[in-house]
Design a protein around this ligand. Structure first.
Ligand code: SOE
Length: 388
């Protein structure tokens, strides 16, 4: 990578997303012709032992336990926010004030007020800001967008999205931060419907009104043992705590362009692990995608001869497909982590050219406005217009 300009990255947080982001910072300049070589300068977390282990294993040069000090360092160019949702607001605003470019994990914020303040801060700072809804950078999803933009689907009538998981069906699964409103803001609605709302805005358009219903199945859970990672750990002395977010949220949506859509988010769908699924139905064709088969896109076209019409499965691994020419020969599939690498590639390009990348904090605000309208609808039992 001789000759590439260096870009110093500080990552705050180092769990699941910390790993996904780190491999992306490392792989992006190797597989792609990026303008910059990201330098894994410092990783920040609260617990020194696991933090040091993480840094040593993943190649971060330094560790720190105070994110405020880190985001204000003169030698940092980019702040990567990979922490629980409720902390994004303070970290992102401080990083923007310090003039750092920001790569922020989703969900963006816990409410609209936070989201507005975050957007105002990055606008004032004039830095590059990115919100990591990684599924936009799955080649099959980009192909779906290309087919829509080429008119192959025609006028869109329906979006049918579902994001189904099953990791908390066991009532003894501990009360991790994702199940606490003060840390997560909301449950699968914020965590999973946020991804689907992002994809729907990308592929179909803006949402104008929603009606939603939430459900809560397990009201109390064992407290996790101290220091346990989010998806592990057991009960602490049999003590239990209250689950303060919804367990499932089903939302119907009206799009500005007249399309009608649905969004289902739950962590109570046994058999579904990370089933991020959508269908788009239009006047000329239809599309279907399922993350658990992420190298494939299903496409139905009215342009096919009527005797041979039917959904075809496109294996999205040809060199002409988005991002693929940088990876493997046709049929040699890619995985979840590649989406994060693609995000870093596009982020580095945006920084080097001083141009926006999408989704960004503006999109983050719009997504949170839709999600908040959904929660309001669930609380009131009424259809709610999305703030614009
Ligand atoms: C957990 O529900 C989770 O990791 C989400 O937080 C991610 O955003 C999603 O991509 C997979 O599931």
């Amino acid at each position: 990578m001789a000759g590439k300009k260096k870009l110093n990255v500080a990552m705050i947080g180092y769990n699941f997303m910390g790993r996904a982001h780190t491999q992306a910072w490392r792989n992006a300049p190797i597989y792609f012709d990026t303008a910059y070589e990201p330098v894994l300068k410092v990783v920040c977390g609260r617990h020194e032992k696991p933090l040091n282990d993480f840094a040593a294993r993943w190649g971060w040069r330094e560790t720190a336990t105070d994110w405020r000090e880190v985001v204000n360092r003169d030698d940092i160019d980019v702040v990567d926010v990979a922490t629980p949702t409720a902390t994004h607001h303070d970290i992102a605003i401080s990083a923007a004030r310090a003039g750092k470019h920001i790569f922020c994990e989703k969900p963006f914020a816990t409410n609209v007020a936070q989201a507005k303040a975050m957007l105002a801060a990055v606008r004032k700072a004039g830095i590059t800001h990115y919100l990591n809804h990684n599924y936009r950078r799955c080649p099959a999803v980009v192909l779906a967008k290309q087919l829509i933009d080429a008119g192959k689907i025609g006028r869109i009538f329906h979006w049918r999205g579902a994001y189904l998981q099953s990791w908390i069906v066991d009532p003894n699964f501990p009360l991790v931060w994702q199940l606490q409103k003060e840390h997560a803001g909301s449950g699968p609605h914020g965590d999973l419907n946020s991804h689907n709302v992002d994809l729907a805005r990308y592929l179909v358009g803006e949402i104008k009104a929603v009606s939603a219903t939430t459900a809560s199945f397990i009201k109390e859970r064992p407290l996790p043992s101290a220091g346990s990672a989010a998806f592990q750990g057991g009960a602490k002395g049999g003590k239990r705590g209250k689950v303060t977010v919804e367990d499932a949220c089903f939302m119907n949506a009206e799009f500005v362009n007249g399309a009608l859509g649905s969004f289902n988010a739950t962590r109570f769908a046994l058999g579904r692990k990370n089933y991020n699924f959508f269908e788009v139905y239009g006047s000329r064709g239809a599309l279907a995608f399922n993350l658990e088969r992420m190298n494939e896109l299903e496409f139905f076209s009215e342009d096919d001869p009527s005797c041979a019409r039917g959904f075809r499965t496109i294996l999205v691994t040809e060199s002409e497909h988005p991002y693929i020419s940088h990876w493997w020969p046709p049929g040699h599939i890619i995985g979840y982590e590649h989406e994060f690498t693609h995000a870093v590639v596009d982020f580095l390009e945006a920084v080097s050219k001083g141009k926006p990348i999408y989704p960004n904090f503006q999109d983050g605000l719009k997504i949170v406005q839709v999600l908040e309208a959904g929660l309001k609808s669930a609380a009131t039992g009424k259809r709610v217009m999305v703030a614009r």
